[in-house]
Design a protein around this ligand. Structure first.
Ligand code: ATP
Ligand code: MG
Length: 585
């Protein structure tokens, strides 16, 4: 990662805003509130304020990471603060468990919202009272009215993209009647859906979002934080700008589909500012392109479906693009942050290849991961001239380019595991590994010469036989006497630890699983996960899920945080050493 903040249009926007002096003189009381709360406070120590506003209705995915890195990154680069705000205004789909998981994930990614003075952990549901009062403010000023049309009638009056809408027959109710009805809505005097509160803007606007959008609806639903104290809930488009303004957010970043909502965002805050609820500078909404990643799906609805219908094991299934899944698979926070840096921030939608994410992980783990040996598809190799009971200690670097990380010791004896694919009876052209008559080096150990093999009744090789060249040990002067082309990894059968390896692949076989309205479930990759049993070297006995390893030739692995334990090791392959997907297709 480079130190200089990478350029993007949002950064340029913020820079201009700062240079223009627009943001100067902002006061901040230390907690969210309307203008009156901040008026007599000190100047805001934060030069800008951004926020990451997840709805706690699911787990975060790699697309959210883009937003997190952008919002927290901007705040860090410009001497600002980034708030973590739960946009929990839709009670039916939200849960405390999601709140906890999101907090855990954002911290894991390496970002902090709190400092000595401020917690900066906020909940839109804490703003319900403010929101209610602002709704009354709008009613009094003539900017909102209670509409009593049925949902069907409302839909019919809304018009279409090409036809203007028509006014509701209730649009001209006076402020007093609106206030009375709205208070009665809050008091629970009406059934769900009997009335809504709408902004009074323009039913003929070419922008449908300005055709008197709904601000409040009646909904008797239990909220995970406010319980049953409310039976009316604010709409997202009303709650979001208000939350931003209460928190004195300067730059409110969101994805492109909200571009058409910006006029309402600005309209609403301008009306509330006129009424004295907020003062300048008001937050500004800026849109950027959402992340689309090939061979996976990112919408919470689809992820939820995959989990609920058990196409995967849970939200943290390593095949999923959820941050919990990527974490369990072995992705590091640094790799994810680096990925977000590499893809940048633009104003046009594009698909990013899964290979870009994988490469970011390889680049991070190349230095970070200790080297180790694993045999994933074991075949027995017997060295027939090895003295019984002799065990020879062999040494290998923990990291080949960083000698200061030390050496590991691997026991060598006469009964070893090698990879099944490293032996053939009749070698194809260019095969340099084991076949009868050929010599190879057992890496960090000795040169051996293959003398034959044993097979079972089905002709399957059960054991390879070889003889050692006793003066060929790596690191001894004799080693140079032997020039061999093959270099195999191996483990002593008596010392190796059994382990399960979970090998992952693309979750979908199509790059854009849901392209053209296709049912994405029909493109699920049945081979996206494979479990194999093999062995790892003796030093890995604790199966620590937090230490990544490069298993030579096989890729980067980490112990499974959940299933791996001493005596029953389970390793997830985070990523292979090279991108082989393109070649296999
Ligand atoms: P989904 O469509 O998957 O349900 P969402 O936008 O509804 O996602 P939120 O919890 O509202 O989910 O998202 C929190 C923040 O993350 C929002 O500011 C949203 O714009 C951003 N975000 C969500 N998905 C992506 C994505 N794929 N790329 C970039 N930002 C995203
Ligand atoms: Mg959303």
């Amino acid at each position: 990662m480079n130190d200089a903040p990478a350029g993007n249009f949002i950064r340029a926007f913020v820079q201009q805003d700062l240079a223009s002096g627009r943001l100067e003189g902002r006061r901040w009381s230390g907690a969210p509130g309307p203008a009156a709360d901040h008026e007599s406070a000190t100047l805001d120590p934060a030069r800008i304020r951004t926020r990451f506003p997840p709805e706690p209705n699911g787990y975060l995915h790699i697309g959210h990471a883009k937003s997190i890195c952008l919002n927290f990154g901007l705040a860090a680069d410009f001497g600002g603060r980034c708030h973590l705000r739960f946009d929990d205004t839709n009670p039916t789909r939200e849960e405390q468990a999601f709140v906890d998981a999101i907090i855990d994930t954002v911290s894991w990614l390496g970002f902090q919202w709190a400092d000595d003075q401020e917690s900066n952990l906020y909940f839109a549901s804490n703003y319900f009272e403010h929101l209610y009062r602002f709704a009354e403010t709008l009613i009094v000023a003539g900017h909102a009215y209670v509409d009593s049309q049925s949902p069907d009638e409302m839909r019919e009056h809304r018009g279409t993209l090409t036809e203007p809408g028509r006014d509701s027959p209730f649009r001209d109710r006076d402020a007093d009647e609106n206030l009375r009805l709205f208070r009665a809505m809050r008091a629970g005097e009406f059934d769900d859906g009997a009335h809504v509160l709408r902004a009074r803007i323009d039913m003929a606007s070419p922008n449908i979002n300005l055709r008197d959008p709904v601000l409040y609806r009646i909904r008797r639903a239990h909220h995970h934080r406010t319980g049953d104290s409310w039976c009316i809930y604010p709409m997202y488009d009303f709650a979001h700008p208000v939350g931003d303004a209460l928190e004195r957010v300067t730059h409110s970043l969101c994805t492109l589909e909200f571009e058409d909502h910006r006029p309402f965002y600005d309209w609403l805050l301008a009306r509330l500012a006129e009424a004295g609820a907020f003062d300048a500078p008001l937050p500004r909404q800026i849109e950027f392109a959402r992340l689309n990643l090939s061979y996976t799906v990112m919408s919470k609805r689809k992820l939820q479906e995959l989990v609920r219908h058990r196409h995967v094991d849970g939200w943290d299934d390593p095949r999923l693009p959820t941050l919990a899944g990527l974490r369990r698979r072995g992705y590091t926070p640094a790799a994810i942050r680096d990925f977000c840096e590499r893809i940048g921030v633009t104003k046009s939608d594009a698909w990013i290849d899964m290979g870009v994410l994988e490469q970011a992980l390889r680049d991070d783990l190349e230095d970070r991961a200790d080297r180790a040996i694993a045999v994933l598809d074991p075949l027995r190799l017997s060295i027939t001239n090895w003295p019984a009971d002799r065990i020879e200690a062999c040494h290998a670097p923990v990291h080949p380019r960083m000698p200061d990380r030390g050496r590991r010791t691997i026991a060598f004896d006469g009964e070893l595991w090698i990879e099944r694919e490293d032996f053939v009876e009749t070698p194809p052209k260019g095969f340099f590994r084991l076949y009868p008559g050929n010599r190879v080096r057992l890496r960090y150990g000795f040169v051996i010469e293959c003398t034959g093999c044993e097979k079972d009744a089905n002709g399957r090789v059960t054991r390879v036989l070889a003889e050692v060249l006793p003066d060929s040990k790596s690191g001894t002067p004799g080693a140079d006497n032997y020039k061999v082309k093959g270099n195999l990894h191996w483990l002593s059968i008596s010392k190796a630890l059994p382990a399960e390896f979970r090998l992952y692949d693309r979750l979908f076989v199509e790059a854009q699983p849901d392209a053209g309205g296709r049912d994405y479930l029909t493109t699920l990759n049945p081979d996206a996960r494979r479990f194999v049993s093999g062995f790892v070297e003796e030093g890995l006995a604790d199966g620590d899920p937090h230490t990544p390893y490069q298993f030579e030739r096989h890729g980067y692995f980490v112990g499974d945080d959940g299933d791996s334990r001493p005596g029953a090791l389970v390793f997830n392959r985070a990523v292979t050493l090279k991108d082989s997907w393109a070649k296999r297709r």
